[in-house]
Design a binder for this molecule. Structure first.
Ligand code: GLC
Length: 429
């Protein structure tokens, strides 16, 4: 790579964070032993679902045993009906003060009642590809399959193959402006967004409170019923991975076929219901009427991560939007919101997340999507600028897409996904 950045230093920093953020011990939660990488010791001391999946992928560049451990720890929360929570509160007592900062609803004293994007199947796939550890596969595949079946049973009430979210942070994109309308943030000045969001989350929880005993009914209330393109792309990718994993595990062919068929149906629904031929992007759907949410965020490009996406759609997403210097191809791509949006907040003035800055997890996914679709050079350029951004500002949670300045948590776990890009580009040697 022809740049001033010291790749060895970036990689060493990423390894330092992954090794330094480990939390381990015996929990009051039934005496379970835990050992996992927390997103950031100061800001996020608990275990988060999609963070751990990304940590597992990044840990493959250090020690595959640690990657397996990360997923095993997460799966201790898998419930008999398939549900896996978005936060696991292993050291609840020690972090009681931190806990007060989160707008969450618990299903149990030690875990939340919500989900996060189903990155799990891809993480299992990556760990299995790297290790070919059959015993590990047979251990983690059943709860992973059950989780995907739970999503179908509980989160697709209109049977259109797209799963729906009950609140914004289930996508992991907490304060994305695409949710402003439903969260009544449309007219709130930038500086007031973070507080107003907390307030409006409580309103949402109030609406759900009388119905919590029956989670399958929450979407029917239609207060926040959101079919998210990013989440459903991750879901389709995960179903495809499960098909392959079922085969590797020697499961009945019908079971592998079930997941692969479902992956195709999710993609077909995305193409049919969310694609906008005029704009050349995908839009999320909200409410029972399935209105399109016309806010241009990186989510609108996310089906790029699906290998079998229609070639014409791939071309338009990449050529007209990803590489568009007025929208997403800024000096440090990929911004979480297109620069053309009125809500675009590249320097984090709102103190609310996912409103403009660049994060590592979209870059990781899109990098592999670009490679799968033959955009090898674009992928390399994306990886190069990502490494430069971290070289400049360190292992921050998110970054200014113009200057590379870092914001949010320090020593942030999934920023270590840069190790996967460095490895993939062969820059580590
Ligand atoms: C923030 C992010 C969310 C992440 C969590 C822990 O809330 O928006 O996606 O899982 O932090 O890192």
């Amino acid at each position: 790579m022809t740049t001033e950045v010291d790749i060895g230093q970036v990689a060493a920093d990423a390894r330092r964070v992954l090794l330094g953020n480990r939390q381990q011990g015996i929990s009051e939660w039934g005496g379970r032993a835990y050992s996992f990488v927390c997103p950031s010791p100061r800001s996020y001391p608990f275990q988060w679902f999609w963070d751990s999946c990304f940590h597992a992928i990044a840990l493959l560049s250090i020690d595959a045993e640690l990657a397996k451990q990360e997923l095993r720890c997460l799966l201790q929360a898998a419930q008999p009906d398939g549900f896996i929570p978005h936060m696991l509160l292993w050291e609840k007592e020690a972090h009681a003060a931190a806990l007060l900062d989160y707008s969450i609803v618990l299903a149990d004293p030690f875990y939340t009642s919500t989900v996060q994007p189903p990155v799990l199947a891809r993480a299992v796939w990556r760990v299995y590809q790297a290790t070919k550890d059959h015993a590990f596969l047979l251990e983690v595949l059943p709860p992973t399959m059950r989780f995907f079946r739970w999503l179908k049973a509980y989160r697709d009430p209109d049977d259109d193959h797209l799963i729906a979210l009950i609140q914004p942070d289930e996508s992991g994109l907490d304060a994305s402006p695409k949710y402003d309308r439903l969260m009544s943030l449309d007219d709130v000045p930038t500086e007031g967004i973070a507080d107003a969001l907390i307030h409006n989350m409580q309103r949402l929880f109030g609406a759900y409170a009388p119905h919590r005993e029956d989670p399958a009914r929450l979407l029917g209330l239609d207060v926040f019923n959101w079919e998210d393109v990013m989440v459903n792309s991750i879901y389709a990718d995960g179903l495809q991975c499960l098909g392959g994993l079922c085969r590797e595990a020697g499961y009945p062919p019908a079971e592998a076929a079930e997941f692969e068929r479902r992956a195709r149906r999710v993609l077909a629904s995305l193409e049919e219901k969310c694609w906008d031929e005029r704009a050349g992007v995908f839009w999320d759907l909200y409410g029972y009427e399935e209105s399109r949410a016309h806010t241009l965020t990186f989510t609108s490009l996310f089906p790029l991560v699906i290998d079998s996406l229609d070639r014409h759609m791939v071309w338009r997403l990449v050529e007209e939007h990803l590489l568009n210097e007025h929208e997403f191809w800024l000096p440090y791509p990929i911004p979480s919101v297109a620069a053309t949006e009125p809500s675009f907040d590249p320097d984090y003035r709102s103190r609310a997340m996912w409103r403009g800055p660049t994060w590592l997890n979209p870059n990781y996914y899109v990098y592999w999507g670009l490679r799968a679709h033959g955009y090898r050079d674009v992928a390399t350029e994306l990886a190069k600028r990502t490494v430069q951004m971290i070289g400049k500002s360190g292992m921050r949670e998110f970054f200014n897409p113009y200057t590379g300045e870092g914001y949010g948590a320090t020593d942030f776990g999934w920023t270590a996904l840069v190790l996967d890009l460095i490895h993939a580009e062969g820059w580590g040697r």
